[in-house]
Design a protein. Structure first.
Length: 214
């Protein structure tokens, strides 16, 4: 089941890279993605390290800043973070803030899940860089109707298995949500949960939803 969960995480990130949305949601999505991604100072710049290389490419394409580069796959270097990332929520003291509206809540939720979500049969966990960011994420997800729990060691926001599919759908990743629902149904039914089985069941449900299944 671990392999299928890893493939779900990858599929989610691909879906979030491709999602069509408003300019404001995209700005907040990118800002939150960077805020929840591991980074380190290199000279006067910031190095962001992404486990998913397509996400790193999406960041480069979305920033549209000629000084930003990728020194190696999965890494994005921002040489002038104060100037480049201010509009995405970064402050001079290193804090990130994104606004308080529902549009901002949607963008924060997408960015955090894009950056730091992990899946198990127990649900979704989102690792947070600090306690304040954990509280922010829990608050904005609550505003979107997503019930969460707070976890420590490490600091995380959790979503129960029964609510994970709907949470992903509310964040705009309906494909990943349906994929998790299929995996959970298979697991609860005691069936095999290999990726090929999940793919087949997911495809069958997609065809039925489109009115093409038997």
């Amino acid at each position: 089941m671990g392999e299928a969960m890893d493939e779900l995480a990858t599929a989610l990130r691909v879906e979030l890279c491709r999602i069509s949305t408003s300019a404001r949601v995209r700005v907040v999505h990118l800002g939150a993605l960077l805020a929840f991604t591991p980074s380190r100072r290199v000279g006067g710049g910031l190095h962001f390290e992404f486990a998913h290389q397509a996400t790193a490419r999406w960041v480069l394409d979305t920033l549209v800043e000629p000084t930003v580069c990728s020194p190696r796959p999965g890494v994005v270097h921002v040489p002038r973070p104060r100037e480049t990332l201010q509009q995405y929520g970064l402050h001079e003291d290193g804090r990130w803030t994104f606004g308080r509206g529902l549009v901002e809540a949607e963008g924060i939720g997408r960015g955090a899940v894009h950056a730091a979500s992990r899946f198990t049969r127990h649900g979704m966990k989102v690792c947070c860089p600090s306690v304040p960011m954990m509280l922010t994420l829990a608050t904005v997800l609550g505003r979107l109707g997503i019930e969460t729990s707070l976890l420590d060691n490490p600091t995380r926001v959790g979503v129960r298995a029964a609510e994970t599919a709907e949470a992903l759908t509310r964040l705009g990743a309906a494909g990943a949500g349906e994929r998790y629902r299929v995996m959970r149904d298979l697991s609860c039914g005691g069936a095999l949960t290999g990726s090929s089985v999940v793919d087949r069941r997911y495809q069958q449900r997609s065809l039925r939803a489109a009115g093409m299944g038997s």
